[in-house]
Design a protein around this ligand. Structure first.
Ligand code: CO8
Length: 258
């Protein structure tokens, strides 16, 4: 597929997906969602981490495309919302770690995109928020739920009700972003985090992601059962034997993802 609204690049085992409509501050229209969906489905097994970022200097993603949304019917809005949910859910379901490099405005659907990633890092220039109520709507791509799970109900409601745009330092303070780095260092920082992860067993990282994600929606006993199952599954894998043998032989492990 020839992408018009995104870029998908490979840097070794790391894929970089850039939402790239800088003239519209990378706003998400349907075409962009379809391209993202295609890009996520096209990732091959040799991709072991994904970084998501925004093209141009100003924005990560400024939200859903307001020009496209302004005149749609309620039925079309349901479809659009379902499309966004599908893409962000696909992102969450990837068996590899995903990192949002928030390089500028992450508003509305843009913040929801970041929230669909496992780890969120922001540049000092980033501004984050859910301004939907200022447009007479609410987030429609999972933001009300994922933000609440990340920062708690009260902070989520504060952001949702006020439509405030917060800076990166404040976003870190409330646990929305993990770290804030100078703009020119953001991508390197995300690559370094990815590189650290890549040294570890891919099956184990995938299993860690799976049990955290699925466990978060369950009571503690069921979630712990999920962990026990995930733990057991890894025993008997070549990676488990290699990881432990390498430790005992005092050499770095050479994981194969098997
Ligand atoms: N959609 C479409 N175009 C946009 C968007 C957007 N979300 N954001 C910016 N643009 C465009 C502007 O229209 C402008 O285009 P042009 O140059 O042709 O006039 C260009 O990008 C630059 O924007 P500004 O001139 O406004 O630049 P500023 O630096 O003054 O401001 C801001 C930048 C703060 C990012 C400002 O553009 C802004 O507030 N944008 C809108 C942010 C927003 O409200 N986002 C939330 C949208 S709603 C949403 O994401 C979820 C809805 C739920 C979906 C449910 C499914 C139905």
């Amino acid at each position: 597929m020839d992408y018009q609204n995104i870029k998908l690049e490979k840097d070794g085992a790391i894929a970089i997906l850039t939402v790239d409509r800088p003239k519209a501050f990378n706003a998400l229209n349907s075409a962009t969602f379809h391209e993202m969906d295609h890009a996520l489905r096209s990732l091959k097994e040799d991709t072991r981490a994904l970084i998501v970022t925004g093209g141009g200097e100003k924005a990560f993603v400024s939200g859903a495309d307001i020009a496209e949304m302004a005149t749609i019917t309620a039925a079309q809005a349901r479809e659009f919302s379902a499309l966004g949910h599908h893409v962000f859910q696909s992102l969450e379901n990837l068996p590899i770690p995903t990192i949002a490099a928030v390089n500028g405005f992450a508003l509305g659907g843009g913040l929801e995109l970041a929230l669909g990633c496992d780890l969120i890092y922001a540049s000092e220039k980033a501004k984050l928020g859910l301004p939907e109520v200022s447009l007479g709507v609410i987030p429609g791509f999972g933001g009300t739920q994922r933000l609440t799970r990340l920062v708690g109900r009260a902070r989520a409601k504060e952001l949702l009700f006020t439509a405030d745009r917060i800076d990166a330092a404040r976003a870190k303070e409330i646990g929305l972003v993990l770290d804030v780095v100078p703009a020119e260092k953001l991508m390197d920082h995300c690559r370094e985090v990815a590189a650290k992860i890549l040294k570890n067993g891919p099956l184990a990282v995938a299993q860690a992601k799976r049990v955290v994600e699925f466990g978060a929606d369950q009571d503690l006993r069921s979630a712990n059962e999920l962990e026990r199952q995930g733990f057991a599954v890894l025993f008997g894998s070549e990676d488990q034997r290699e990881g432990m043998a390498a430790f005992l032989a005092k050499r770095p492990a050479a994981f194969q993802g098997k």
